[in-house]
Design a protein around this ligand. Structure first.
Ligand code: TXA
Ligand code: MG
Length: 344
């Protein structure tokens, strides 16, 4: 199969993508978070292709992408007022809500669960494709399972050339990390995955938020968790990643003392001068956390090279979008963190 790439802003792109979706084929779609590997979310055979091409475990449900909040009533039941309040505040945008699923959603899409994750992406061409196809688009992040997510059409081509018919090229993803996921099916709203909509923003609308343990700690492979995707090894390049925390100076001292040929340093742009001779790669500026979020996956993919030894990574501190960057980087590092202020 030849994989075609069509620019998002070309006149026939949305039509061509929608026709493939309606025909039960896969299309890689741009969103403001990461690229998705999309299929008709109401067609179990089409959805099965996503699991096959991505190499995704069958117990890991997919997110349904919708064009507006009205679609919620077709897909979900017992929708709490909080869902509409969140949609009003943050849709279209990087927020996914977990709600009780109606029977029209195939079990394959939701991996046998009774709930469904829904989001409305902040990407005009993708909402247009959904409208033209007339169905919600099921789409996981387009990366091959376990690898860092895809934030450009080139990343998607790298993972899936010859295996999917079409990639819609919308350029680099603005947010760069997958959407925030909030579960609204329990008494208290629960954060399952941090992302571009921050915990602070959610609290402002919801007045209450529980942070799931899968966000802050490493989860055992056999554990029963709310968002099954959170337990799998994720976002990781081939090489081991070690986060080195502490002041700029302490971290540079530690890393320079342990650096071996073939190792790499993943740091903030402001720190590049400290790592001369240590093959540093900056993923953004510490002073601009949005640039770190936008650049993280591209950098992790660049470091996904069998020739790389150990990756020493610098991680931003604090809340807001930095909270989501910490979450992804800690998962890439399998929670291996060294405090350079105390370590020798
Ligand atoms: O930004 C995003 O959300 C991207 C773009 C393409 O929209 N999609 C994405 O999908 O990140 P994926 O499949 O890589 O991650 C979806 C996460 C997984 O951890 C999955 O377990 C969880 O959402 N999930 C899906 N349905 C769920 C449900 N009903 N209940 C709890 N978690 C769910
Ligand atoms: Mg993913």
């Amino acid at each position: 199969m030849k994989t075609q790439i069509l620019p998002a802003d070309a006149p026939q792109t949305a039509q061509a993508a929608a026709a493939l979706i309606k025909a039960g084929e896969l299309v890689a779609i741009p969103t403001e978070t990461v690229y998705g590997l999309g299929a008709d979310g109401l067609n179990p055979e089409a959805v099965a292709k996503i699991f096959a091409v991505k190499g995704r475990p069958q117990d890991n449900p997919l997110i349904l992408h919708v064009a507006d909040a009205e679609a919620l009533t077709h897909l979900c039941h017992d929708i709490p007022p909080a869902a509409y309040a969140l949609a009003d505040a943050f849709w279209p945008g990087p927020l996914t809500m977990v709600l009780p699923a109606k029977d029209i959603i195939p079990k394959t899409t939701i991996a046998g669960n009774t709930t469904v994750a829904v989001r409305c992406p902040d990407c005009a061409v993708t909402r247009q494709i959904i409208r033209l196809a007339g169905v919600p688009i099921a789409a996981p992040s387009a990366n091959i399972s376990g690898k860092p997510s895809t934030t450009t059409a080139e990343h998607v081509l790298h993972d899936h050339a010859g295996r999917i018919p079409l990639i819609v090229d919308g350029g680099s993803c603005r947010v760069g990390l997958e959407s925030t996921i909030v579960d609204l099916t329990e008494e208290r709203p629960r954060l399952l995955r941090p992302g571009g909509i921050t915990p602070e923003q959610l609290l402002e609308v919801l007045g209450d938020l529980v942070v799931d343990k899968a966000v802050t700690a490493q989860i055992d492979q056999d554990a029963v968790v709310k968002a099954p995707g959170m337990k799998y090894k994720h976002y990781a390049p081939a090489a081991p990643v070690i986060i080195v925390s502490g002041s700029r100076e302490a971290a540079a001292r530690y890393i320079r003392a342990h650096f071996q040929p073939g190792d790499r340093v993943l740091c903030f742009a402001e720190e590049l001068p400290l790592y001369e001779g240590c093959a540093p790669l900056a993923y953004g500026e510490e002073a601009d956390t949005a640039s770190l979020s936008a650049g993280l996956f591209s950098a992790l993919r660049e470091l996904d090279d069998p020739a790389v030894g150990t990756v020493y990574a610098r991680c931003p501190v604090g809340g807001g979008i930095a909270y989501a960057v910490q979450n992804r980087l800690k998962k890439a590092a399998a929670f291996h963190i060294i405090d350079a202020e105390v370590a020798l």
